[in-house]
Design a binder for this molecule. Structure first.
Ligand code: ZN
Length: 227
């Protein structure tokens, strides 16, 4: 037992030296929530049958029938499956999905959540006790930190919103892929504790107009740090 502990401590020391020598990759991925100055590390824990991939099974039955996101979510799901990460994302039936897309009600969007007309979407994570994480750091801190289900809520009023009329197909797709990034518990890459320079592309930037329309190397690195 002692020998094992010593080996582990030697290994950890070695890893620290390697990190210091070649330390271009950061220790943390961008997380969604903070506990003081430390990130709260959440993880999506559903895996596929072989246990190799972190599996999101995405369903759109609860999107409003006029939602502009219907036609683009297969492409967004494919972006994650085709990325060189452990993400596997598939379009599935509502009965077996673990990520459901919703068009929110106007009442919930504006009155309950007090969201703006320019916000595209938000993601609610559910931990293994089925507690929600989407609003406050405390929700994440008090959670099991293991995420098993998510809802992606889309703005109900895109048809009457001048900003959305200008949202082309590539941006619609990347907005969905961005939210799936949140399902994998990635935080915004340009807002929390490490501000990504504007020259470095990332689909996880807070604004759809600043974010890349593809899963960028920075996002792949964040995923590979987490998983
Ligand atoms: Zn976001």
């Amino acid at each position: 037992m002692k020998k094992v502990n010593k080996m582990i401590s030697v290994l950890v020391s070695l890893m620290l030296v390697v990190t210091m020598l070649f330390g271009t990759s950061s220790v943390w991925a961008h997380e969604m929530c903070m506990n003081g100055s430390e990130p709260v590390v959440l993880k999506w824990i559903n895996k596929n049958e072989s246990g190799t991939f972190y599996y999101t099974k995405v369903n759109s039955d609860n999107l409003g029938s006029d939602s502009m996101y219907h036609d683009n979510y297969q492409a967004a799901v494919n972006m994650w499956t085709n990325s060189p990460t452990k993400a596997l994302s598939q379009v599935t039936d509502f009965t077996i999905s673990n990520v459901d897309l919703y068009t929110d009600s106007a009442y919930n969007w504006y009155t309950t959540e007090r969201l703006s007309k320019d916000t595209l979407a938000y993601t609610i994570l559910y931990d293994t006790n089925y507690n929600m994480i989407y609003k406050t750091n405390e929700q994440a801190i008090n959670s099991t930190k293991e995420i098993i289900y998510a809802k992606i809520m889309f703005n109900p009023n895109h048809k009457n919103n001048s900003m959305y009329d200008g949202l082309d197909e590539a941006l619609q797709t990347s907005a969905i892929a961005h939210e799936i990034g949140h399902v994998y518990t990635l935080g915004h890459s340009n807002t929390i504790y490490e501000v990504l320079p504007s020259s470095i592309p990332s689909i996880m930037k807070a604004s759809v107009h600043e974010a890349s329309t593809y899963i960028a190397q920075h996002d792949i690195d964040d995923m590979n740090i987490k998983y």
